[in-house]
Design a protein around this ligand. Sequence first.
Ligand code: FES
Ligand code: MG
Length: 579
Amino acid sequence: MSETKKTIKLRSAEWFGTQDKNGFMYRSWMKNQGIPDHEFRGKPIIGICNTWSELTPCNAHFRQLAEHVKKGILEAGGYPVEFPVFSNGESNLRPTAMLTRNLASMDVEESIRGNPMDAVVLLVGCDKTTPALLMGAASVDLPTIVVTGGPMLNGKLNGKDIGSGTAVWQLHEQVKAGEITMHQFMSAEAGMSRSAGTCNTMGTASTMACMAESLGTSLPHNAAIPAVDARRYVLAHMSGIRIVEMVWEDLRLSKVLKRENFENAIRVNAAIGGSTNAVIHLKAIAGRIGVPLELEDWTKVGKGMPTIVDLMPSGRYLMEEFYYAGGLPGVIRRMGEANLLPHPDALTVNGKTIGENCAEAPIYNDEVIRKIDNPLIADGGICILRGNLAPRGAVLKPSAASPHLMQHRGKAVVFENFDHYKERIIDPDLDVDENSILVMKNCGPKGYPGMAEVGNMGLPPKLLAKGIKDMVRISDARMSGTAYGTVVLHVAPEAMAGGPLGAVKDGDWIELDCANNKLQLEISDEEMKARLAARAAQQEPPKSGYQQLYIDHVLQADEGCDFDFLVGCRGSAVPRHSH
Ligand code: FES
Ligand code: MG
């Protein structure tokens, strides 16, 4: 037995380690599952936090995944206990899975702290499950390892590859432009999602999987191995072995999640052309573990990093090719060799640094993982915008935008909310042309509780019919990581919280200048004040239930949309007995 092993006092012993009334109670009920007495004598108890649900199709294969994690835990001398938590399924949950990200994180935090476990494996996949589980686990700070469910195989339509989500946006625009029939559109349905797993584009799920790996919270290659590839199950098994070792090393999440790891992740997000949702989720995770992270860090750290992963929606390929090309370790190796990885010495859960893990990672395809001097986009970092329209910031994803629109001045066409947009955009008499800027209000965290992914507003059908493919769009909403366009998102403060976005009127001039990080509404300060004062009266009627809690406590996008009362780490101290 190693020295550390002798000195580690297992947390689970507070439940199972005493020969008295309490120990009797904790063990006796567990024994109804057929657990022999010797399992309670000093083995690390490892929680497997499972977001399995048939309503979260991306995570529907997780019971099988958990079985492989268990094999690894048992092999390493631990005892696995699998438990369910709220599962945020992006495709089914309405009004948006983001509404319940914080709810799930509370579930995770309290489940871990209140139960007999010494460490936890987080089974994550679909977009919000990754941040929700990392947030909850960060607020407890036990040894923690992430196992992702993996992406779906490539979608197929008429012999060609199509990407999750991205194909929906593209094909639907083609229907509206009269290029394909509704029948042709519908025939893509089954082929787009033809295996277990998460969206196969570099959408939010794949992005967050890459974030978890670049933060150092998973084993190398966790992000990209396809869900149905047997090597995904090997990785789950190895993660089970590793989490037991982490208990004896007392390698808690806070020892891994340092400021340096977040800086690496920000740079990796630029390299992969990752989702804008990562800006919100990384901030929320950082807030839980106590790492300072500001919107400006995305400019300071991310600026100048080329996008070298050529995946949809920004590029051509899908996650399957990404794995076969070398996966995230290949990307990190390229970054390291070009001195573009800010902290190669950042620690990861396998006990090695991220630099050590990736130094010799093979790269098999320079089209998918491009060379640094042949990037998809020269500067792929998330662009942070500020100005009188977004005093607390807004974001734009350069790799998904049209270069000719990233410096643009246009007249606003304003929608008061998403319903108003839907009703007005199809009006053939709408005063709009390709130089207009579409502005939508009241879709932020409070305005459309949960901050739905409606920011990539579809273009007016009459412009689509003219062959227009992109326009500047501005809102306080989010957008799916699978979407694209010159889309300004996360405007903060949001309109519903009294932000200046609420003041914009039809015909106002707006200037977007990505090179200079500027988003300006061309009206005077006095005019802005007067318009906002006139607006202050209109508020949504109060709701009840969880939505009310959400509206009352959600922080703005620049602060990660966590609840004000959830920020921070509350630790893993064992609570009082229940009897
Ligand atoms: Fe679940 Fe995309 S809908 S990962
Ligand atoms: Mg998504």
